[in-house]
Design a binder for this molecule. Structure first.
Ligand SMILES: [Zn+2]
Length: 280
């Protein structure tokens, strides 16, 4: 991996883009399946069984190591459900979430999976998105993205009966992701196999069940939107140099489900997102 400066400098961005472009070209031309099959022993390092009880953000810069991942650990769900995070009573989630079935379901599915601990991180795109939503509500006051990310992770830890593990720094100071992984694996850590997997967001698709499944695909759209914006590589993503949506599946069935769920999202990005499937 490249050493990065702390600034959102274009020199760092250029260097990192060029570092990962040969692998991006291989993925585009040969497909992720072939890239993986040719380096299978290393690729499998990214697919260890989940041992962590922690949920983290989908952000490509947070440490994934066997964790579950979603947009700021589910914070993006609160935008859709229009929840005021400040008034959410985490000590009494049954009452607090009565009117928000999507969030109640997400939390109870995490509990069923044994997830207890949470963490948040600085400069979170999902945190910023929530703060933007919050600040648009006329009577709620104001909030920053950092505050939103922290507050949700703290409250989620209380609801899960676990620990909040802190507000982490991330590097580099821009979004270096070239892909978003839609993972059916127990745990997926692209950073463990950097010569097989491009830096990317990770959405633990199998942690979204029933009515929340469509939300997992929306998180993929959010990932692409962040990377196509001012904090990511933006206009460098083109039809020739696409951002990748990669389904990480264990079976043919999962691969087909992932493809079906993502195709309508891919269509929104005018050829700048390429959908691929890996059966690992
Ligand atoms: Zn984040």
């Amino acid at each position: 991996m490249v050493e990065n400066g702390h600034k959102n400098g274009s020199a760092d961005m250029n260097t990192m883009w060029e570092t990962h472009s040969p692998l991006a070209e291989q993925v585009k031309t040969n497909g992720i399946q072939k890239v993986f099959d040719e380096k299978r022993a290393r690729g499998e390092q990214a697919l260890k069984p989940r041992q962590s009880k922690t949920i983290t953000c989908m952000d490509g810069r947070t440490e994934k190591k066997a964790k579950v991942a979603a947009a700021e650990s589910g914070l993006y769900l609160l935008v859709e459900s229009k929840v005021n995070i400040r008034t959410l009573d985490a000590e009494h989630p049954g009452d607090a979430l009565r009117n928000f079935p999507a969030i109640r379901k997400f939390v109870s599915d995490l509990q069923d999976a044994g997830i207890k601990n949470t963490e948040s991180h600085k400069s979170c795109g999902a945190g910023d998105l929530y703060a933007q939503f919050f600040n648009e509500q006329k009577t709620w006051g104001t909030m920053t993205g950092d505050e939103a990310a922290k507050l949700w992770a703290q409250k989620l830890a209380i609801m899960l009966g676990g620990d909040y593990r802190g507000h982490k720094s991330v590097e580099p100071g821009f979004h270096p992701e070239r892909a978003a992984y839609y993972s059916f694996a127990d745990a997926f850590d692209p950073g463990s196999a950097p010569d097989v997997f491009l830096p990317g967001y990770v959405i633990s698709r199998n942690r979204f069940k029933d009515g929340n499944v469509s939300h997992a695909a929306k998180e993929m759209a959010l990932a692409a939107t962040i990377s196509f914006g001012g904090h990511g590589y933006g206009a460098r993503f083109t039809k020739e140099n696409p951002f990748f949506f990669i389904v990480i599946a264990k079976t043919q069935e999962e691969a087909a489900v992932g493809r079906r769920e993502l195709e309508p999202i891919v269509a929104q990005f005018g050829g700048r997102v390429q959908l691929q499937v890996l059966i690992a």
